[in-house]
Design a protein around this ligand. Structure first.
Ligand code: SF4
Length: 736
């Protein structure tokens, strides 16, 4: 039976990508009191919310098919210990006792949480509070580590805070948009729709795409730089030096607001000091490099948007800083249509950053390296055991499980045995781990198969809370369906375990609004403007105010809330005076490092650290396709979405296909350096550059067990951010 919608009309937020589109959910006409509607008709209709600033009514194919993905046939419906269905009480007691036993015998560092950008901010907040504040270790990390942690590290190095400077509106106002390592048309489709609509209105808006592949986004570009995989650092270093030589840097802005110019320029000159050198390093025609540099030099109103093609590299932080360097050195930051802009992959990657969901953050943009932060948070939480040092980042965390250092892990809303690099080794580590708890809405994943305890979590449509999108806009997700079976919200499950561990007084919440208010209060607690994240004005929200909360962009300072215009409103005027409410950071030239100055970071570009050779001659890039999301637990439920690319595939250039004896449509064996193999259908296409292959990351055990591509990716991480490389991986491809 279809679940019956609980209210006539609900505004919520799409659970997929970091654009964070608003949706309107209404019962399907003809739905009865018993919850039935026409056979096979979904119980609700989902349309774009015309009032949400991210999308103004638009949706992409995934958002438009949300109603088709609400089926409950794949759901985890009751708590289970091993194969036994148990009551919530028994399951929660078992989990709490298991964690306490490990803490008693091996200390707090022997337990870990691995959470997800799919969690709501309220879920994230209590999980972080329990681990860091009350268990007393910082071993909580998130699958957002795989997506944007290099951008976070770069922001911290350059700005002194993880503050995304721009807005979506800036893309529409710009005269030049540079898309670096982003297939925006497929991965952030509504943002791409907005960009294309702006180009129709303003034909002078040029788009440059920097991507080895000729993607759907590259097809639509004015200039496509199909650079060799991993060479972005040379390109942006070369751009910085070119702008210097052409006298296009903002020397006054540098003098007034930025440190590190001389050393950074020297590194740029020494590594990429001429167009021919850049062209040679990047494998690009000189004319194309020169064209890009010329456009960038001539165009004040420039936005550089970057995504996983930059971040998912073992030198991703440096690459991101090479981009930030160019914007800081030209003063193109904090003004309308002038920003470097990291876009997140997941719906709430930004919310996780706000609460401290990464192992190297405390909470509310306070870090372990901030001398006063530890004491401040300890007092706010009344947490005598607050973790004193950073915890294990995602890859390290599972390596610690493998080595036996971590003996109990709780995995929430994610599938690391599928999604982490070296996925088979992660599976083996979990097999050996004495206690594996998984809370998820899905019953059967690579990770739930390895769990000792499975806890049914509420899914999208049943959950209530907030998420934050790539432009720092906080939006409500609202429930419109009853929970499936015995499913409960993640925040409730965490709080129940916390109570059973003896921390009940710190976890008294009965509704998400209570958690949100505390989160907002913490963001403003002794925050005298030295931390970017501040939503203090929302700390006093009443229940009704939270229920009806309209999308709002942070910061939302208590004293300034009334002055803040809505994002997506009319284009803002330049504002270097620090006027609040422009929706842009750094409009006053003040940054978050001590002294208020930004820092340029000297970058010595690094190519991919994993070498190709005779045995593994091809470089594999993994990524998303248009109509699927993550491991397809939701999108595979829609026949329409599955029709776009019905089976796992590998794209290969015709020259390589011929050299490897592979025909279009043939089944092929993709093998990695660790001996793992994936079976995929070959798509022979000139859109793929010679010497490389592209493989989507979506297909997992329930759909195609032999296509688990992350098993072929070795665990090579960025030394600063800990983000793993999922690009430029050495592989071989042979016909089956
Ligand atoms: Fe959802 Fe992203 Fe599509 Fe918007 S662009 S509808 S957030 S998947």
């Amino acid at each position: 039976m279809s679940p019956r919608p609980e209210s006539p009309m609900t505004r919520s937020t799409c659970p997929y990508c970091g654009v964070g589109c608003g949706v309107v959910v209404q019962p399907t006409p003809g739905t009865t009191e018993a919850g039935d509607c026409e056979p096979s008709a979904p119980p609700v209709l989902v349309s774009g919310d015309p009032e949400h600033p991210a999308n103004r009514g638009r949706l992409c194919s995934k958002g438009a098919a949300l109603a088709e993905t609400l089926g409950r046939e794949t759901r985890l419906l009751e708590p289970r210990i091993g194969d036994r269905a148990v009551s919530w009480d028994e399951a929660l007691d078992h989990v709490a006792r298991g964690f306490l036993d490990v803490i008693d015998s091996d200390g707090p560092e022997a337990v870990a949480f691995y959470v997800s950008g799919q969690l709501l901010t309220e879920d994230y907040y209590v999980a972080n509070k329990l681990m860091k504040g009350f268990i007393g270790a910082a071993n909580i990390d998130t699958n957002s580590r795989l997506c944007m942690s290099s951008a976070v590290a770069a922001h911290l190095r350059a700005f002194g805070a993880d503050a995304v400077p721009g807005n979506y509106e800036d893309l529409e106002l710009a005269d030049l948009v540079v898309l670096a390592g982003s297939n925006l048309a497929w991965t952030h489709p509504v943002l791409f729709q907005r960009l294309q609509a702006a180009r129709e209105r303003r034909p002078q808006l040029r788009v440059v795409v920097i991507d080895p592949r000729r993607t759907a986004t590259a097809e639509a570009a004015d200039l496509h730089l199909a650079l060799a995989p991993g060479t972005d650092g040379w390109l942006f270093n070369g751009l910085l030096h070119h702008l210097y030589r052409e006298d296009r840097l903002d020397l006054q802005f540098l003098e007034d607001h930025v440190d590190g110019f001389a050393a950074t320029l020297r590194a740029a000159r020494d590594t990429a000091g001429s167009v021919p050198r850049v062209a040679s390093a990047c494998g690009l025609p000189e004319a194309d490099v020169a064209q890009f540099f010329r456009w960038f030099a001539q165009t004040e109103r420039t936005v550089t948007l970057f995504s996983q093609g930059i971040n998912q590299s073992d030198s991703g932080t440096d690459k991101a800083n090479a981009i930030l360097n160019v914007h800081l050195a030209t003063g193109r930051i904090g003004q309308p249509a002038q920003a470097p802009f990291s876009v997140t992959g997941q719906p709430n990657a930004m919310g996780g950053r706000e609460v401290g969901g990464l192992a190297n953050q405390l909470a509310a943009h306070m870090g372990f390296d901030d001398p006063g932060a530890h004491d401040r948070l300890r007092r706010f939480w009344r947490a005598p055991r607050l973790a004193a040092r950073p915890g294990l980042k995602a890859v390290e965390l599972f390596q610690a499980i493998e080595s036996g250092r971590v003996k109990a892990v709780w995995i929430m809303g994610t599938n690391p045995a599928f999604s982490l690099p070296d996925a088979e080794r992660v599976s083996d580590a979990l097999r050996r781990c004495p206690l594996v708890v998984v809370s998820d809405c899905v019953a059967d994943t690579e990770t739930t198969r390895l769990a000792d305890v499975r806890l049914p979590a509420s899914a999208w449509g049943e959950k209530d809370g907030t998420v934050t999108n790539s432009e720092r806009c906080i939006s409500r997700q609202r429930a419109f369906l009853p929970p499936a079976g015995q499913a409960r919200p993640d925040w409730w499950i965490v709080c129940e375990v916390a109570r059973r561990m003896g921390f009940g007084s710190a976890f008294p919440y009965t509704r998400p609004v209570e958690i949100f208010r505390e989160h907002a209060r913490l963001s403003a607690f002794e925050n005298h403007g030295e931390r970017a994240f501040d939503i203090g004005a929302l700390a006093g929200l009443g229940d009704a105010g939270y229920d009806s909360l309209a999308p709002v962009q942070w910061p939302v300072f208590a004293a300034r809330a009334a002055a803040a215009p809505a994002i997506g409103s009319a284009p803002s005027e330049p504002d270097r005076a620090g006027r609040p409410g422009t929706g842009r950071f750094f409009s006053d030239g003040r940054f978050f490092h001590a002294g208020g100055r930004a820092r340029l970071i000297p970058v010595v570009p690094q190519g991919p650290s994993l070498a190709i050779g005779a045995a593994f001659p091809l470089r594999m890039n993994t990524g998303r396709i248009r109509d699927h999301w993550h491991s397809m637990t939701r999108t595979a439920l829609s026949a329409r979405l599955s029709a776009h690319r019905p089976e796992p595939f590998v794209e290969i250039h015709p020259t390589d296909a011929a050299a490897h004896g592979i025909g279009d449509g043939q089944l092929a064996r993709l093998s990695g350096t660790g001996g793992q193999v994936a079976l995929l259908r070959a798509r022979v296409t000139a859109a793929q550059p010679p010497g490389s292959v592209f493989v989507p990351m979506h297909w997992s055990a329930p759909q195609a067990p032999a296509a688990r591509v992350n098993a072929l990716v070795p665990a090579s991480t960025d030394p600063i951010s800990g983000q793993p490389a999922f690009k430029a991986i050495p592989v071989d491809l042979r016909p089956l």
